[in-house]
Design a protein around this ligand. Structure first.
Ligand code: FMN
Length: 481
């Protein structure tokens, strides 16, 4: 189902009993965070919150809209994410690829099969109102945590083009407000937006940037999804919403933005402007990321819908709303991983691992050292390179149940034999690495050991009750009820 607008999604959330309206005035400086954080940490992720009166701002703010399994599915227009996974699996099975590169090509082709290509239209409600003298102060931009350097837009869709190929990228990168028409652009070292920017710097050309906020909730999800560089996130969004994303041209540059989004910030990044320190910012890791140099985004125009809603989120000590977005990404991209590693059964990024710190993967093990093959393979796949710790377990382990995972981890591992250490690019947000963006990784093989693996004795069977006794016990207990 394609939502016509963010307001349409809010209506659907309300109809499903998934929305709380906050009619009293609340300050975007810290107060919204405290209320939202309590909601996000309540059982199952609480409800989405619509702050109707934000102090000193002209628009309402929506937060925690993706923050539960049910709402994440609703945002993607389905009752259960598995519907999307099954469909993608079917599309990908049409022709099994022989390499990762081919798998990526196939993913693009599969998404297009659903006629999901974005299409250009003449006008859009996102340009209903025009601010030729842009002023970010109309937006209820949050200062999230006490030591944050200022206010941060947290759910923007940053739209850029590769100056060589013209390929579009859409990434969700936070934006610290500098003044009423300037923000930082926090595209991290390894992200596609940063690659585009480095190229503009080499070419000494001004880099046009458009930032879209709101619209169909699929857009912000697509902006965070680990789409391979070169594949358009609006193609993924079109696939998910079963309808092409309609785009309109910006008024001051040649970039295109979703016609039905709520706000558009049009502007540019200067290639030769000195970088300044962005941050600190209370981050996904549960800690503040310390100031680092980033470029600035200069806003030339703001356009918006007359009835716009400002979308926001907070990150911080888990669990938070982003856990549900990350989990949905892993589920949706699992069929692509499986194309390359057909032994993979399931994969989880536990909330406690704050995104990249911990991945648990279950495999159907058929040959010695297969767990190690999977670890190395995953570290080489796109944003999986950021993963600090990979734990591989057997296919019968529910990777989403940390208690089960820790049981197998502690029971099956001989630390010296089963752990491998390697080095590689790390998440720049990881404060524990000795240098920024580079660190050690550990892979732990918690699978049962088999013949052909060194230093293993005979492996004992896992204790399991006889199925007929289980069935008989079910009957007895039912009769006693
Ligand atoms: C709430 C939220 C905020 C994020 N903020 C940033 C950020 O400030 N900088 C960044 O590089 N990535 C950030 N990310 C992660 C990127 O959105 C994600 O890695 C995305 O896949 C990047 O897209 P790209 O490969 O097109 O660059 C954030 C993700 C979420 C869910």
């Amino acid at each position: 189902m394609a939502y016509e607008s963010l307001r349409h999604f809010v209506q659907q959330l309300e109809a499903a009993g998934e929305l709380k309206r906050i009619p009293v005035e609340v300050d975007p400086i810290l107060e919204i965070t405290e209320i939202a954080d309590r909601e996000m940490k309540s059982p199952g992720g609480g409800k989405a919150l619509l702050f109707e009166k934000c102090r000193d701002a002209g628009f309402p703010l929506l937060i925690n809209a993706y923050g539960s399994t049910k709402r994440m599915a609703l945002a993607l227009g389905v009752a259960d994410i598995e519907e999307i996974v099954r469909e993608l699996e079917t599309l990908l099975k049409a022709k099994p690829p022989t390499s990762f590169r081919e798998a990526i090509g196939l993913l693009g082709a599969a998404l297009e099969l659903r006629h999901a290509r974005p299409k250009l239209v003449g006008s859009g409600v996102c340009q209903q109102m025009v601010m030729k003298a842009p002023d970010l102060r109309v937006l209820p931009v949050q200062k999230c945590w006490p030591l944050d350097a200022g206010r941060f837009l947290t759910l923007p869709l940053v739209i850029t083009r590769d100056p060589d190929t013209g390929a579009r990228n859409v990434g969700t990168y936070r934006m610290q407000v500098v003044d009423e028409r300037t923000t930082f652009m926090h595209w991290q070292l390894h992200k596609t937006g940063a690659r585009h920017w480095r190229r503009y710097v080499e070419l000494k050309r001004r880099m046009p940037v458009a930032v879209a906020l709101g619209g169909d909730p699929v857009y912000a999800f697509a902006g965070t999804a680990p789409m391979p560089d070169g594949l358009d996130e609006f193609l993924l969004a079109g696939f998910l919403r079963r309808k092409s994303v309609e785009l309109v041209k910006c008024q001051t540059n040649d970039l295109e933005v979703p016609a039905n989004c709520d706000f558009v910030l049009e502007g540019y990044v200067e290639p030769e402007e000195k970088l300044d320190l962005e941050g600190p910012f209370g981050d996904h890791t549960g800690y503040y990321t310390l100031p680092e140099p980033y470029p600035k985004f200069h806003i030339e125009r703001i356009t918006h819908r007359a009835d716009a809603i400002y979308p926001s989120t907070i990150v911080g000590p888990p669990p938070m709303e982003d856990f549900y977005m990350g989990t949905a990404s892993v589920r949706i991209f699992l069929p692509v991983f499986k194309l390359n590693f057909n032994e993979i059964v399931d994969m989880a990024l536990p909330a406690e691992g704050a995104f990249h710190n911990l991945v648990v993967v279950s495999i159907k093990k058929t040959f010695p050292y297969q767990a190690m093959k999977v670890m190395h393979g995953l570290w080489g796949m796109g944003q999986m390179m950021f993963t600090k710790m990979i734990v591989v377990v057997d296919e019968d382990v529910n990777v989403h149940n940390l208690s089960e995972v820790v049981f197998r981890l502690t029971a099956n591992v001989d630390p010296e034999r089963d752990m491998i250490f390697t080095k590689g690019p790390a998440d720049v947000l990881d404060h524990a690495t000795p240098v920024i963006g580079f660190g050690t990784k550990v892979g732990i093989d918690a699978t049962h050991k088999i013949k052909g693996e060194a230093n293993c004795r005979e492996w004992p069977p896992l204790i399991r009750m006889d199925p007929t006794v289980k069935k008989r016990t079910d009957d007895i207990l039912r009769a006693l009820r």
